[in-house]
Design a protein around this ligand. Structure first.
Ligand code: SF4
Ligand code: SF4
Length: 259
């Protein structure tokens, strides 16, 4: 390489960078922000698809917007619904839920939504409408649908009864037993059952026989729980089933839509 070209290079290296005017800096910043925003918007359908396809499906509180990604977009994770639930059925998801991180959900085996508040408290508390304010009664709720997932273990199908507290003496869950107190949910562990044929899920269903009923089996000994169209997926049947693990479970609405 000639001396002249090396000198040229050195001079170029040493040349101070031209300072950008404030206007130019702002323009660059604006362009950078535009590119990032554009990329996020362009990838939104991909995020939605990944969340629908692989995301962990949760049972959402009453009134949750039907489409999971719409619900997650509308929910600001403020936890207002958690604060007002009289049976503390609503939890907030941790980082394991990915895109659903911080969003409210219900784990009915531990504590179902028993409509102690007639399904309005969480909806009224939601500031964004992620829990739809258009819902007027518990019969209009659509959290999911019950499914007899372990029919062979079901006591009713085996023609067996049940005696004692449904979930044992340590279970912390609560339920509205109307005959005790219409407004104050009672600890499930304090309530003793004594039935010749288990029907706990049916008798505690807050919607009634249009949601869950017992039908005799042809063997003449047992009966089977049958889920009806009116089931709202509140999860009381899953919580109260005395078998371990439960014989009846709630399938989230989003999973139904996906199936
Ligand atoms: S069957 Fe009844 S108790 Fe079970 S989820 Fe449906 S509405 Fe709730
Ligand atoms: S409570 Fe459980 S065991 Fe009893 S009838 Fe219902 S599903 Fe069967």
């Amino acid at each position: 390489m000639s001396d002249t070209s090396e000198q040229k290079k050195k001079t170029q290296k040493r040349r101070p960078r031209r300072r950008l005017s404030r206007q130019e800096e702002n323009r660059r910043r604006f362009l950078r922000a535009g590119v990032v925003t554009g990329a996020i918007v362009a990838l939104q359908p991909v995020f939605s698809w990944v969340s629908r396809r692989f995301g962990r499906l949760r049972l959402r509180p009453p009134g949750a917007l039907e489409e999971e990604t719409t619900f997650l977009g509308a929910c600001i994770k403020c936890g207002q619904c958690v604060q007002v639930c009289p049976v503390e059925a609503i939890l907030l998801a941790d980082l394991n839920d990915g895109l659903g991180h911080g969003a409210p959900y219900i784990e009915p085996r531990d504590q179902a939504c028993d409509f102690s508040c007639d399904a309005l408290s969480c909806i009224l508390a939601c500031p964004t409408g992620a829990l739809s304010h258009e819902l007027g009664a518990k019969e209009e709720v659509s959290i999911g649908i019950a499914k007899l997932s372990r029919p062979d273990a079901c006591l009713a199908r085996r023609g067996e009864g049940f005696r004692g507290p449904a979930r044992g003496g340590q279970f912390p869950g609560r339920l509205r037993y109307e005959e005790i107190d219409r407004w104050v949910p009672q600890p499930v562990r304090d309530y003793e059952y004594d039935v010749e044929l288990c029907d706990l899920c049916v008798r505690e269903c807050p919607i009634g026989t249009t949601a869950l009923r017992l039908e005799p089996l042809p063997d003449g000994k047992g009966s089977t729980p049958v889920v009806g169209d009116a089931c709202v997926g509140c999860g009381v049947c899953e919580m109260i089933c005395p078998e371990e693990p439960t014989c009846i479970e709630i399938i989230p609405s989003a999973a139904e839509a996906r199936a």
